[in-house]
Structures are given as structure tokens and as C-alpha cells.
Design a protein around this ligand. Structure first.
Ligand SMILES: [Zn+2]
Length: 202
């Protein structure tokens, strides 16, 4: 029986690379895959033909990349029924709505297609993303890609947002532009948050 898997981690943990490795392993054995990513934080929108606007890219820090359908812009159920993939791989799954996650569970349950979603679990405020919340509820299997804190040797579990090099703990969950993020451990995250609160006299 097919499964829905949620592979989660912090920023800079190599999620997209892991996705492309999995994709490669399927294709090497002659299996067919379908790749999806989210239009959120896609910076090259509204250019190109209608067909091109339905696609984005999964990119990695080491330069590997692959074309992927923008999941918000296509009918994923119809596409899957037409293409009959052996596996569906979804990047940036934290940005998906609960409704989209439920569509994915239908493909797993009714079409017997395994779906592997990759994404962040929590945002820079330590709150779940909508897609991550739904995946924690509905996924059959949870996996974690571990990475180390940027400031010590603990396991990173939080995402720190930096604006002009300074950590921030309030603001919108998703902002377009060039905010920097660092994977940090719970302890360093708490220390930096308390330091900021003390300096602001809270
Ligand atoms: Zn740390």
C-alpha cells in the first residue's frame, strides 16, 4: 500500500538535494516521477508562456536543479491520473494548504501512488506552517533530516530569521525578499530571544 511521507527539517539541511536524490533513484530504475514545488517565494513569476507559468524549479545549494510543476497552479489529481507516476515528490510542502494535502492523501489512498513531501516544520516564530500541520496529522510516515545549529554543536530544530544580520522574532510568517535564515538549536534560539527582549526592556 502506498504511503504519504513527510520529510521535515530546518533551513539549509539539504531537503531539496534529498528530494532530487530520491527522484534520481526512481528514474535510474526506470520508474516515473512527478515533481512539484510551491509558487510561494518563487521569484520568476508572470513571465513566459501559459505552460511555462505552470512550472517552477527545485534548486539546491550545490547547483543541482530540476523543473517542477507549481502545485497551486495545476490540477494535481488530474495530472497524476493522466501521467500515472510511480512516485510524487513535493518540495516546499510547508506552504501547502490543508486542502492540497488532502488531495495528496486521495492520490495515495485511491490511486496507490506514494507521495513524499519535503518541508520545514516550524517557522521563525516557532509555529507550524499550515502545510506542516496538515502533514503531521495526515502523513503515514514522518522522517527528519537532521542538521547542526549554526552557533553550537546541538541539533538544530528552529529557524532563525535575520534582518540586516539581526535576529527577529515577530512579523509575517512568509515575506518575499531577501531575509536570511539560519538553522539553530532550541537553546541558542531561546537565548537570543531573551537577549532581545531584555534589550527592549520587556
Ligand atoms: Zn545552538
Amino acid at each position: 500500500m502506498a504511503q504519504l511521507t513527510f520529510t521535515h527539517s530546518t533551513m539549509k539541511s539539504g531537503k531539496s538535494l534529498d528530494l532530487l536524490k530520491t527522484d534520481h533513484a526512481y528514474r535510474e530504475r526506470g520508474y516515473k516521477t512527478l515533481l512539484f514545488t510551491s509558487e510561494v517565494d518563487t521569484r520568476y513569476l508572470e513571465e513566459g508562456s501559459f505552460e511555462e507559468q505552470l512550472k517552477g524549479k527545485i534548486t539546491t545549494r550545490i547547483g543541482l536543479e530540476a523543473e517542477a510543476w507549481l502545485i497551486e497552479r495545476v490540477d494535481i489529481c488530474r495530472l497524476a491520473r493522466e501521467e500515472r507516476p510511480d512516485c510524487i515528490l513535493v518540495d516546499e510542502a510547508q506552504f501547502l494548504s490543508e486542502e492540497m494535502i488532502l488531495h495528496l492523501t486521495e492520490l495515495v489512498d485511491h490511486e496507490d501512488i506514494p507521495v513524499i513531501c519535503y518541508g520545514l516544520k516550524n517557522d521563525f516564530k516557532g509555529e507550524l506552517f499550515p502545510g506542516s500541520k496538515a502533514l503531521l496529522i495526515y502523513a503515514d510516515t514522518l522522517k527528519e533530516i537532521e542538521t547542526v545549529c549554526e552557533y553550537c554543536t546541538n541539533k538544530a530544530s528552529m529557524n532563525l530569521r535575520l534582518v540586516d544580520g539581526h535576529p527577529v522574532f515577530s512579523g509575517e510568517q512568509i515575506v518575499m525578499g531577501d531575509n536570511e535564515y539560519k538553522p539553530v538549536c532550541r537553546k541558542c534560539y531561546r537565548n537570543m530571544k531573551q537577549e532581545l527582549e531584555q534589550s527592549e526592556g520587556k
